[in-house]
Design a protein around this ligand. Structure first.
Ligand code: SF4
Length: 364
């Protein structure tokens, strides 16, 4: 691994910060500093395309690589944040190998949008940390920079399924997406970016506005549904007590889907909570008015979990029943696009445990 690190404070008397700015914004800020457009664009391209960040054109604050853990070809890594009171906190990202179309090898990067999370979902390790802080657009983009230019891997897809609820930090998430799709920068097609939410309706509406803009029509939206009705969902996901499944479905019906795109509905299958065939039928009825694909994800028990992982037989039975009901359904595999999970089901519990500890120490 190279010793290069994305950095984010501006050394004195240098150009504008670059992480978190679109090329247009970077050119504008450079111009105010007397830097010609042609030079600013070339610096921007060098930085994002080649990972070249030396020189006086921009400045970045320190955000060094923290831990890196390899599990087979999957790489989990953290970036340390800032200084002062933030110094103990880290972003958490996962780089996952995939099998793309025609057997092509691709990689998906799962990024965090927050440190911790305020949503309190019952099945999730991150929930136990509470919300520590939001990440800035720059800190989100830095996770891509690290994967591409420090770890040295091409990133084909980006999913907002790491720590945090993206809709809780929607403006910074949108700012990061604008950079990620920038043709002078990372140039990731919007169709290769997925935002996963527990179903914050205000956030879904805000994202609808972005998706209506040229260049963002094919952005993907994934919803952590995880329940066939309000009773089960209220228990698993506190957000549902404020925004119930009917309201959620109405907001999804209004979400603009362009071309052949569909919503991705995530369903973490938990034994004796939401895995019966009768519950499957009810879920399918709820999904019926939506153009969507259903992704069934076997529950991955968190620390001190009251539930175990489902049996292979019950996962297969649930998927078969949903398919028989006419719902396009996949189960999460170990390879391919369907490795994408609900938030709280990817990432690294051990890193989260350490973050929780350091958060407590920082607060004491
Ligand atoms: S599942 Fe997602 S939204 Fe829910 S607590 Fe975990 S990180 Fe937050």
């Amino acid at each position: 691994m190279s010793s290069k690190s994305p950095r984010t404070t501006r050394p004195e008397s240098h150009g504008p910060e670059i992480l978190g700015l679109t090329s247009q914004a970077f050119v504008k800020e450079s111009k105010a500093l007397g830097i010609p457009k042609v030079d600013a664009i070339s610096t921007y391209r060098d930085f994002y395309r080649e990972g070249r960040g030396d020189g006086d054109w921009f400045a970045l604050e320190d955000m060094p690589m923290g831990r890196r853990e390899d599990e087979g070809e999957t790489i989990k890594f953290t970036l340390r944040l800032g200084s002062g009171e933030d110094v103990r906190h880290e972003t958490e990202s996962v780089l996952i190998p995939m099998q793309g179309r025609g057997g092509r090898r691709t990689r998906t990067l799962c990024v965090s949008s927050q440190i911790g999370c305020a949503m309190g979902c019952d099945f999730c390790e991150t929930a136990q940390m509470g919300l520590i802080r939001n990440l800035s657009s720059a800190q989100i983009v830095a996770q891509w920079f690290a994967a591409r230019h420090i770890l040295g891997h091409e990133v084909n897809n980006i999913v907002f399924m790491g720590m945090g609820e993206p809709m809780d930090n929607i403006e910074q998430v949108i700012g990061a997406i604008r950079v990620l799709v920038d043709h002078n920068g990372p140039s990731i097609p919007s169709s290769k970016i997925t935002i996963s939410t527990v179903g914050r309706i205000d956030g879904i509406r805000r994202l609808s506005e972005l998706v209506s803009e040229d260049g963002f029509h094919r952005l993907n939206l994934a919803i952590s549904v995880n329940a066939p009705d309000d009773e089960v969902r209220n228990r698993l996901m506190p957000i549902n007590r404020a925004m119930d499944m009917e309201a959620l479905r109405e907001s999804l019906r209004a979400f603009p889907l362009h071309g052949g795109s569909a919503l991705l509905m995530e369903y973490v299958l938990i034994p004796e909570v939401n895995d019966s065939l009768e519950q499957c039928d009810r879920l399918c009825r709820w999904l019926e008015p939506l153009r969507c694909s259903l992704n069934v994800i076997p529950y991955n028990p968190r620390r001190d979990s009251p539930w175990c992982a489902p049996s292979e037989t019950s996962v297969e039975a649930f998927v078969r029943r949903a398919t028989e009901n006419g719902q396009f359904t996949k189960r999460r595999g170990t390879k391919g696009r369907d490795v994408m999970a609900a938030c709280g089901q990817l990432g690294n519990p051990e890193i989260r445990r350490r973050q929780r500890r350091s958060g407590r120490e920082a607060a004491s």
